[in-house]
Design a protein around this ligand. Structure first.
Ligand code: DCP
Length: 444
C-alpha cells in the first residue's frame, strides 16, 4: 500500500539515475569488440535462442525488443551479437552486474545521500550540494553536458514566452528564476558532472531525471535515453501529469490502478484532479486517498534513504515450456541449488557489511497442466530466515508445500485428488532473503 508522506517543507533536489541498457554495457566493457555493435544479453536458457533481457541501443534501432527471444531478434537484426548471462550451478550468475552496479554507486554517492533502488537505479538527494552551488555564478559552471539537459515544458515556461529561442543554458542562468528553478539548475549541473565521472571511472553511461521529489525524478529519467538527463520544473508538472497514463506510476500499475480505472474512470494521473481528497479517502482509505490526491498534483514526500547496499538478496530460476518442474523431488532439487546461491550471498553480506537477513520468502509461478481457464495465483509465502543451506531448503520446502496445497485445493472441485496434485507445473522459482539489518555487536 502506498504511504502518504508529508511533503518536505524545504525545497529538495532529487535525482533518479538509471544506467543505460545495463547488462549490455557490462558485457561491452568485458568484450570491447562489441562496442558500437548491435548487442543483446539473453537469459540462461536456450529455448528459441533464449529470452532477451537487455537490448543495446544499436540493436533497438534495428527493431530488437526485450520481449523477443534470441531467434526472433536475430531474424530482425541478423548482425546482432547475443551474449548469454554468465552461468554458475546451472543458473544465471548475476554477480558481475551487481558488482558493476556497486562501482557506479560508489561514484554517485560522492554528491549526496544515495539510495540504491535496484541493480542499476539510484536515487540521489543533492539538496545540500545544490544549495552550496546556488550562491555561485552559474554562467561559469554550466558544463557542455549540463547544457544539453532536457527541460520538461521548456517552451511553455512563462519567462520564455517572449523569446522561445533561448536554450537550456540561458534557462539555468536567468536572473529572475524562482528559488525552486535555481536549485533545480544547480542540481542539473551537479548530476551532469557526476554522470561524466561515472563514465570516466566505470565506462558506463547513465541517464537521469532531476526534480523536486522522487516520484518526478523517476518519471523523467527515462524520458531521454541513453546518456541524457531531464529536468522537471514545478511549472511543468500539471501538464506532464495531465496525459500520463496511471500505469506509469509504479504503485498504480497493479490492482489499485485497475480499481481507479474501473470505479472512477481514471486513465491519466491528471484525471485524478477532479476528485476531492475526502472522496478519495472515502473510497480508498485515509492514507491511500491522501497519497492519490498528492500524486495527482506531483506532490511526494518520500525521502531518499541512505542505503548503498541492496535491500534484499534473491536467487531464482525459470523453467519455461517443457522444462517446467512437475514433481516435488525436482522442486526440492532446485530449492537446494537456489539455497546454495542465497547462502553464499548472505555469507558475503555478513563478512563484508556485517549485515544479516531475517525473512525468507519463496515465490513460484505455477499452473495447472492442460487447463484452459486461468489458475489462481500461486501465493508467495514467508517465514523467519534461518541460516544454513539445509535449513533454507527445509523451510522453503515447507512454504512451497503449503502454497501448493492451497493452490491445488482451488482446483479440486469435482476432481479426484490424485488427478489434481499430479497436474501442476512450476515455471519459475525464487528465494528471497530480506529484512536485512546490521548485526548487533556482541558484548564480551
Ligand atoms: N533485467 C532482467 N530482466 C528483465 C528486465 C531487466 O534481467 N525482465 C536486467 C537487465 C537490464 C537490467 O536489469 O540490463 C536493468 O533493467 P532496465 O529495465 O533498467 O533496462 P536496461 O538498463 O536494460 O535498459 P534502459 O536503458 O532502457 O534502462
Amino acid at each position: 500500500m502506498p504511504l502518504a508522506r508529508r511533503p518536505a517543507s524545504r525545497i529538495r533536489v532529487i535525482a533518479h539515475v538509471d544506467l543505460d541498457c545495463f547488462y549490455v554495457q557490462v558485457e561491452q566493457r568485458r568484450q570491447p569488440q562489441l562496442r558500437g555493435k548491435p548487442t543483446a544479453v539473453i537469459q540462461y536458457n536456450s529455448w528459441k535462442g533464449g529470452a532477451c533481457i537487455a537490448v543495446g541501443y544499436e540493436a533497438r534501432k534495428c527493431g530488437v525488443k526485450r520481449s523477443m527471444r534470441g531467434d526472433a531478434a536475430k531474424a530482425v537484426c541478423p548482425d546482432l551479437n547475443l551474449v548469454q548471462v554468465p552461468v554458475l550451478h546451472e543458473k544465471a550468475d548475476l554477480s558481475i552486474y551487481r558488482d558493476a552496479g556497486s562501482e557506479v554507486v560508489a561514484v554517485l554517492s560522492r554528491v549526496g545521500k544515495c539510495e540504491r533502488a535496484s541493480i542499476d537505479e539510484v536515487y540521489l538527494d543533492v539538496t545540500e550540494a545544490a544549495e552550496r552551488l546556488s550562491s555561485k555564478d552559474l554562467s561559469t559552471l554550466v558544463s557542455e553536458e549540463a547544457s544539453t539537459s532536457h527541460i520538461v515544458g521548456l517552451p511553455q515556461v512563462r519567462w520564455l514566452e517572449s523569446s522561445a529561442k533561448l536554450g537550456t543554458k540561458e534557462w539555468f542562468c536567468r536572473p529572475d528564476a524562482s528559488r525552486e528553478d535555481h536549485l533545480l539548475a544547480c542540481g542539473a549541473i551537479i548530476i551532469a558532472d557526476i554522470r561524466l565521472a561515472v563514465l570516466a571511472e566505470t565506462e558506463f553511461t547513465c541517464s537521469a531525471g532531476v526534480a523536486h521529489n522522487k516520484m518526478l525524478a523517476k518519471l523523467s529519467s527515462g524520458m531521454h535515453k541513453p546518456a541524457q538527463q531531464t529536468l522537471v520544473p514545478s511549472s511543468a508538472v500539471e501538464s506532464l501529469l495531465a496525459t500520463l497514463p496511471i500505469s506509469k506510476i509504479g504503485k498504480l500499475g497493479g490492482k489499485l490502478g485497475q480499481e481507479l480505472e474501473g470505479e472512477l474512470g481514471v486513465k491519466t494521473v491528471g484525471d485524478l484532479l477532479q476528485f476531492s481528497e475526502l472522496k478519495l479517502q472515502d473510497m480508498y482509505g485515509p492514507n491511500t486517498g491522501t497519497w492519490l490526491w498528492n500524486t495527482a498534483r506531483g506532490i511526494n514526500g518520500d525521502e531518499v534513504q541512505d542505503r548503498t547496499l541492496p535491500k534484499s538478496h534473491s536467487s531464482g530460476k525459470t523453467f519455461p515450456g517443457p522444462r517446467a518442474l512437475k514433481t516435488l523431488e525436482t522442486v526440492v532439487y532446485w530449492l537446494k541449488e537456489l539455497a546454495e546461491t542465497l547462502q553464499l550471498r548472505l555469507d558475503e553480506d555478513l563478512s563484508q557489511n556485517n549485515r544479516t537477513a531475517h525473512l525468507l520468502t519463496i515465490h513460484a509461478s505455477c499452473h495447472i497442466v492442460s487447463r484452459a481457464t486461468e489458475a489462481p495465483k500461486f501465493s508467495s509465502k514467508s517465514r523467519p530466515l534461518r541460516y544454513g543451506v539445509d535449513k533454507i531448503v527445509e523451510d522453503s520446502r515447507y512454504l512451497f508445500e503449503r502454497s501448493l496445497h492451497e493452490f491445488c485445493s482451488h482446483q479440486s472441485a469435482g476432481k479426484e485428488q490424485s488427478e489434481i496434485t499430479s497436474s501442476w507445473a512450476v515455471t519459475g522459482l525464487s528465494l528471497t532473503a530480506s529484512n536485512i539489518m546490521a548485526k548487533p555487536m556482541v558484548k564480551t
